[in-house]
Design a protein around this ligand. Sequence first.
Ligand code: ZN
Length: 354
Amino acid sequence: MWKIDRDEYIILLTSAFDQFVDDFIAWTLDNQQIKLEELQLRIRDGNCRITKLAQRATKVRDYLCKFCSNSELNTVASMYYYYTSTYHVLPATGINNYSLIQETQELIHDAFGYFYDQLIDTIAFHNIYIHNYSGLPELKQEFRKYVGDKHPVCPYCDYSEIDIPRFSSIDHFFPKGRYALLSIYSNNLVLACAGCNDRIKGEHVTIPIFHPYFYNPDDYFYLSLDHEYETIEFIAKNDEYKVWVENFNNSFKLEELYNKRIRAVHSETGDLRGKVRRAFRNYKKTPLQGLKRRFETDGELIEFLLMNHIRYAIHKNKQLRGKEPLRKLKIDFYEQMLNIYFEKEKEYLLNIVS
Ligand SMILES: [Zn+2]
C-alpha cells in the first residue's frame, strides 16, 4: 500500500512494450485492406522496427496481416489510444467499453496474449526494442528480479515479500482477460505478491481504487488499532475517499490479513518498552551531560524518553517503507501511541521502573 517510483531502468524495460504496440498499430493502419501477397512483400522488404521483428517472428507477421484486414481496425486503434492516453484517470473513472464483434475480440485476445506470454521474452524482441539489453534472457524475469530487488515488499498488501521472483507475480491492474489491449501496457503491469494478484485477478477491478503508480494509498487512510491492540480497522481520512479505501481493502482482503499479523504490533510495544527502560536506567546512573538535572521527576524523564523513542520509531519506519513489511501499520501504531495511548503507556512504564 505504497506508491511505486519507477526508475529509468524500469521505464526502459517496459516502454519497449508500448513502443512495440504503437508501431504495430501504426503499421496496420498504414497498410489496412492491402492484399495479403502485397502485405507479405512489404513485411519482407520493410526496414522499420516492426517489420524487422516480423521478419524474425512468424506470429507477429501473421497478426500484422490479420489486423490489417480486420474490419474494425480503426475502432481497435481508437480504443488502444483512448485507454493509454487516459489510463492515469481510469482507476477513478473506470473504462468505457467499446462493442466489438466476436471475431475482433478473439483476435485481440490471441494476439495480445501471445505478445505477453511469449513475444516480449524473445531475443528478437530485446534486440530490436531495447538498446544494448544485457539483462536476463526472459524480460518478464528481468522485470520481476529488478523491481523485487529494489522494492522487496508487495505494494498492495505491504506484507508479503517479492524479492525472490518465485514469490512475485506480474499483476495486470486492469485484468488482461477483460482488457486484452492492456496486456503489455507499461502502466498496467505491477509487480505484486502472488497472494494479492490471485485475490484481485480473474474477476474485475472495483473502481474507484488506488493504482500504485499514481497514488500513495497510505495518504488516504489510517490503520486504527483498538484500545488493547486486538483488532485493526482501515479508516478513510476523509469521506471523499471512503469508497476508494473500502475497494482497496476489499480487493486485497487487507483487514483480514492485518488482523492475523497483529502480533507484529505487540512485539513493537515490547521493543519500545525495553528501550525506554534501558534508557531510563542509564540516565539514572550517569545522566548525559546535556540532560543533567533537567528532569525533576521520574515522570518527566519517562515522558521525554518515551516521546523520543516513539518519534524515532516513526522516522525509521517511514524510511523503510517498501523495504520491510507492515511499515504503514507500524507508523500508524506509533502515531496512535503518541496521540491516544501515550498517557497509558507512560503510566505503565512508570510503574515498572519505580
Ligand atoms: Zn501483496
